[in-house]
Every structure is written in structure tokens, then in C-alpha cells.
Unconditional design. Structure first.
Length: 201
């Protein structure tokens, strides 16, 4: 594993009731918020979410970055996170969602979620047909370049919220996703100069 970021991250955590539909953090900062239904969300660096609650459903649109959700139980109002090509549905559970453009990663720490792809006409961006998987505590599912893959080994749950420790760890991940995550926490922005190594693990 590769560990980076020796300096502590800024933590601008605030526990408050959200009245506005959008949550956003700058590079290297973290925020904690309580949503109207009592669900809690922790945002990592350079993350933005839009909250779209209605009478029948609780919808979060994950635009970029990574967030950890602790969902308040309410069987009659599903809690749904839309992360680009993936839709994650939970009733009462805890999980994280990470998004880089059309790549999305879902990791479950408690309960069960349903992960569903959004059909697309672009073969290199998303699935042509809807695919649905169930994930339970310790499971990680990644949608990347048209493929939905479930990790074969349980995920170390203490690695889910890197903004708490100031440490990022990477195991068997494409270099392009490693760089995207580092860039959410570092003022020095990395670039891959040679596209041929972007998928190097």
C-alpha cells in the first residue's frame, strides 16, 4: 500500500441542520452535517453534494468527491444517492460514496444497499443495460469504464474516512484514481504526464 499526506488535514467540521440544498468543501477540508431527516453526512476534501428531499424520497446527488452517510431509518422514504452512473439505495444503513467523473465507488459499513447502474448509450462511460447488485457491510463496489466490479476481499472499514487521519492509502487502484483522490486533499495538484500509465495499478 502507498501512504501519502504527512501533514494533518484541515477539519472544518460543523454539526448543523441543513437548510440549503447544496453542501460543498474546498481542497483538504472536511464537513459534517445533519440532514433534515436526522441522517448524517461527512464530506471529504473537494466534495459537493445536492440534497433533494421530497415527501416520498430522500435524494442526494453526489457531484464530486467522497462522502460517508449514516442513514436515519425510514422504510417509507428511501434514501437514494445518485453518483453519476450509479444509484445507491438504502433504508437504514451506513456507507460511503466516492465519485470521480463517470467512476463511482460504494463501500458499505453497516446494513445493506442496492447499487444500480444507469443505462447509457456511451459504451466507454456507463453500462448499456441496467445492472443491479446488493452490497453488505465490508463490501466495496466500483463502477469504472463501463464495468461494475465487487471487491473480492472485505474492505478495512477504518480506511473509509481519510480526512479523519490525514492519511490516504491505496491498494490495487488505477493511478488515475489515486491522483484524483490526492488532488482533493493537496494544494499541489498532480497530473499524469503520460496517458499510457493512467491505468497502472
Amino acid at each position: 500500500g502507498l501512504a501519502l499526506l504527512d501533514t494533518p488535514l484541515q477539519d472544518r467540521s460543523v454539526d448543523r441542520r441543513i437548510e440549503f440544498p447544496r453542501l460543498e468543501t474546498p481542497i483538504g477540508a472536511a464537513q459534517t452535517a445533519t440532514l433534515r431527516d436526522g441522517s448524517k453526512v461527512e464530506l471529504g476534501g473537494r466534495t459537493s453534494l445536492t440534497v433533494r428531499y421530497s415527501k416520498d424520497a430522500r435524494m442526494i446527488v453526489a457531484e464530486q468527491g467522497e462522502a460517508y452517510f449514516e442513514v436515519a431509518k425510514n422504510p417509507t422514504r428511501p434514501f437514494v444517492v445518485q453518483a453519476g452512473p450509479l444509484t445507491v439505495t438504502a433504508i437504514g444503513t451506513a456507507f460511503s460514496v466516492e465519485r470521480f467523473g463517470d467512476t463511482a465507488v460504494v463501500t458499505v459499513t453497516e446494513g445493506t444497499v442496492e447499487v444500480r447502474t444507469t443505462p447509457s448509450l456511451k459504451p466507454d462511460r456507463a453500462a448499456k443495460n441496467e445492472i443491479s447488485l446488493r452490497a453488505s457491510a465490508g463490501d466495496r463496489i466500483r463502477f469504472d469504464r463501463g464495468e461494475l466490479v465487487q471487491a473480492t476481499e472485505p474492505v478495512a472499514l477504518d480506511s473509509l474516512k481519510p480526512w479523519k487521519t490525514g492519511r490516504l492509502e491505496f491498494r490495487d487502484e488505477p493511478l488515475r484514481l489515486v491522483v484524483a483522490r490526492i488532488n482533493r486533499y493537496s494544494e499541489v495538484q498532480l497530473e499524469i504526464g503520460d496517458p499510457s500509465i493512467a491505468d497502472l495499478r
